[in-house]
Design a protein around this ligand. Structure first.
Ligand code: SF4
Length: 490
């Protein structure tokens, strides 16, 4: 259906399709239970066919039906002029350079140039280091850095004679780790380090696994087939579901005590025939390195010549790996260390919270009305600039946000925009006695889907949204604190 509607394999229809997806997710996606605030849950709930039907329904209201993408329009970065006295490789550094060259440097399509991958542990880069890196990049590569999906960086247009100097400069910053995008270049989300949704530590276990690979399996610095990715909870920010070997944070209860755990997933792949990794078994977090050793040893002895890990997983099947790892899930031998998570010194406890921000006390209704006012100002600005579709969508958000504020005065909280609109009709329509020509608030607001964006409709829709906000503001004026805030900001 999506293919018929959007032909989404055609590049020029991809952007409008994506905007439709975002709008449907905004309207129907879960917002209250944050651990369910993911597109995958919405699709699982309503089914792909219904989801795509709703996306198609959005199409008429989008600013662009097609959006030509011409890669040729993007200015190509230029190689730098190199300093005359390039540093040379000192004696004794040849083998380090060779390993870095073999694992991090790639020949570009453009004759005579190389791209250089930087392995950045956990993707962390301080501002101080970033400034030093930028100075090096300007000197030896094109003035552009690409951030890669594996939390690394890619430099382009490095000339062969500049490679040793670049290696030495990166090494000075401790950024010349070999094994870019290799098995030993593990991707991990922040997990319990900073994320309130994290169940168990993902960064500490990533470091422990990288150490195993570098110390015990150095050949895997050259391997780009097996990808390892880790998330601190099932939400997959660390992309564990597309890893050959994935882990996500979890916990295991043993009697009265709880230990940090890793759910092991295998067989995912983002390349060739893409595949979602399958859940295999849950093990104590502290057994992560042993699990990795078992999996690598088994693959190296039982895998066929030239067989990719994902193909090996498919050939052996999930139960084979379940049996292989099952001894690690045996809790009979549990030792005190298993109750302490990576990077911690105290016993583990599950401490998830609602989100990633610190708790504050605010007047939610007033804040929502303020939010609606802000969206109204965007709608006006877009209208004045002639961006009809944008203005209409901001006006749509004025309706929804205002209705949400009104419902909150009745202590009604909603999990998504559609629920807000329906609850308004169900719970407030009689009380407010505001008449909508279309018969209901839902129909009044969802006119957005029935119209091609144009000046007339944008003007009417904006004026209706402002009138709705105005009435709501008279019922529930903003709190004095908010008025102060608004005055301060204006
Ligand atoms: S996957 Fe990681 S970053 Fe994403 S919500 Fe879970 S712990 Fe937080």
């Amino acid at each position: 259906m999506a293919q018929e509607a959007f032909g989404f394999l055609e590049e020029e229809k991809l952007i409008p399709f994506t905007e439709g997806v975002l709008r449907v997710f905004d309207r129907w996606g879960e917002r209250t239970r944050r651990h369910k605030a993911r597109l995958k849950f919405l699709i699982a709930e309503m089914g792909l066919t219904e989801f795509l039907r709703l996306v198609e329904e959005e199409r008429l209201s989008l600013r662009y039906q097609t959006y030509p993408v011409d890669a040729g329009d993007v200015a190509q970065p230029l190689p730098p002029s190199l300093p005359i006295d390039l540093p040379i490789l000192p004696e004794g550094r040849e083998s380090d350079f060779r390993l870095w060259f073999e694992t991090n440097v790639f020949r570009q399509k453009q004759e005579g140039y190389y791209a250089v991958g930087l392995k950045v542990p956990l993707g962390n880069l301080s501002s101080h280091l970033a400034r030093s890196l930028a100075a090096i990049v300007r000197q030896y590569a094109a003035d552009e850095i690409r951030i890669t999906i594996n939390q690394g960086y890619l430099l382009k247009f490095v000339q062969p004679e500049a490679l040793p100097a670049l290696f030495l400069e990166l090494d000075r910053l401790e950024m010349a780790y070999p094994g870019y995008d290799s098995t030993a270049d593990i991707t991990a989300c922040p997990g319990t380090d900073t994320c309130n949704l994290g169940i168990s530590n993902s960064t500490g276990v990533a470091a422990a696994l990288e150490k195993v690979l570098i110390d015990e399996y150095p050949d895997l610095l050259h391997n780009r087939d097996i990808k390892i990715k880790i998330s601190g909870c099932p939400n997959s920010c660390g992309q564990h579901a597309m890893a050959s070997i994935g882990f996500h944070g979890s916990s295991i209860k043993l009697g009265e005590r709880v230990m940090p755990a890793l759910q092991v997933l295998l067989g995912g792949s983002a390349e060739g025939e893409a595949a979602i990794a399958e859940k295999v078994i849950k093990i104590p977090s502290r057994r992560g390195p042993d699990a990795l050793r078992l999996l690598i040893d088994d693959y190296q002895t039982e895998g066929l010549e030239g067989e990719y890990f994902v193909d090996y997983f498919r050939r052996q099947g999930k139960m084979y790996f379940y049996s292989l790892l099952k001894p690690l899930a045996n809790l009979d031998q549990a030792v005190p260390e298993w109750y302490i998570d990576w990077g911690s010194e105290t016993d583990f406890a599950v401490e998830t919270a609602v989100g990633e921000c610190a708790g504050v006390i605010i007047d939610l209704v007033a804040t929502l009305l303020y939010d609606a006012e802000e969206k109204a100002s965007w709608a006006l600005a877009a209208f004045e600039s002639g961006y009809w579709a944008d203005s209409i969508y901001h006006s749509y958000n004025v309706f929804v946000t205002t209705a949400k504020a009104l419902l909150l005065t009745e202590d009604v909280r909603n999990s998504n925009q559609m629920a807000v609109m329906r609850d308004y009709d169900r719970l407030l329509a009689d009380k407010m006695q505001w008449k909508f020509p279309e018969g209901s608030f839902v129909a009044h607001v969802l006119r957005i889907n029935q119209q091609t964006p144009g000046q007339d409709f944008a003007a009417r829709y904006l004026s209706d949204a402002l009138a709705f906000l105005d009435k709501a503001g008279k019922i529930r004026p903003a709190s004095p604190d908010l008025q102060t805030l608004k005055q301060t900001q204006s």
